[in-house]
Design a protein around this ligand. Structure first.
Ligand SMILES: Nc1ncnc2c1ncn2[C@@H]1O[C@H](COP(=O)(O)OP(=O)(O)OP(=O)(O)O)[C@@H](O)[C@H]1O
Ligand SMILES: [Mg+2]
Length: 266
């Protein structure tokens, strides 16, 4: 099972003076159980791309096939596709609208006609590092890091098998970012397929994710993490990737075949 992006192009406001090309001819296969980082500088098309994956945006050219279901085929119920793919948007806490965490967590399962037991709820809170005392809290009374965790929990509440994070650590401090990476680590361990849009590549070295890099709205690299790093400083700089000291050290360890894995934990 997989998500297959086929010859996908996307243009906003096509045929008007505001026409903007956001994506050109993207081909990408996300196999179940894999982990991908989507990289690219601002405006390169990352958010547009992830919004096509669950049919929030329907491309005129190309297609996305989710577990054999085309997002363009009118016969397919888009709700079935949406239930498979959860998206945690940038600043997801901006989307809270219910008075308690419990109600926020129950909203999506209700919408998808899915039962959720109190055990499920507690499990989900565990995965994101919260406890049941949070259920009665007003989401707006939480700290920024806790809000982000609740937002992730609200996606886990309907158990999607593919989970997409659009810049999940934006606005969080180092400790907050570490907690989010830990949650993502837990999700990988339970077999979720994960796509992360991020700029923090050097915090994710130990994950060895696959890389999809977009430049000028086209794919400029698709493949394994180590081979991406081995492109070297100049090539990565051309792709607006900061070649931090940590990344440099990792590059040197790869070049010289020295194992320094412990150094690269997030
Ligand atoms: N709703 C919209 N209407 C018109 N143009 C849009 C819309 N959303 C995005 N765009 C344009 O499409 C292009 C790609 O935008 P997108 O948001 O996908 O980029 P991004 O890589 O996610 O950027 P960032 O890193 O800043 O989040 C940009 O030129 C943007 O201005
Ligand atoms: Mg974006």
């Amino acid at each position: 099972m997989s998500i297959e992006v086929k010859n996908l192009s996307y243009t906003y406001a096509e045929g008007t003076p505001f026409e903007t090309i956001a994506l050109k001819n993207i081909n990408w296969e996300i196999n179940e159980g894999s982990l991908w980082l989507v990289l690219g500088k601002t405006g390169s098309g990352k958010t547009t791309l992830i919004q096509t994956l669950n049919g929030l945006l329907i491309p005129k050219n190309g297609d996305v096939i989710v577990d054999d279901l085309s997002i363009k085929d009118q016969k397919n119920d888009i709700k079935i596709i949406r239930e498979k793919i959860g998206i945690v948007f940038q600043y997801p806490e901006n989307q809270f609208f219910l008075p308690t965490v419990l109600e926020e967590l129950m909203y999506a399962p209700k919408n998808f006609n899915k039962d959720i037991s109190s055990n499920d709820l507690i499990n989900i809170l565990n995965i994101v590092g919260l406890n049941k005392n949070f259920l009665n809290r007003n989401p707006f009374s939480l700290s920024g890091g806790e809000m982000r965790k609740v937002a992730i929990a609200s996606i886990l509440s309907y158990n999607p098998k593919y989970i997409i994070f659009d810049e999940p650590t934006v606005g969080l401090d180092y400790e907050g970012r570490k907690k989010i990476w830990k949650i993502i680590h837990n999700l990988i361990d339970i077999g979720k397929t994960i796509i992360i849009v991020t700029h923090w590549i050097d915090e994710l070295i130990s994950f060895k994710p696959n890389i999809l890099h977009i430049q000028n709205n086209e794919i400029s690299y698709k493949g394994e993490f180590d081979n991406f790093v081995l492109l070297g400083e100049n090539e990565l700089k051309k792709r607006s990737i900061l070649f931090s000291k940590k990344l440099k050290l990792y590059y040197c360890s790869l070049k010289n075949n020295i194992k320094l894995d412990k150094l690269f934990q997030y």
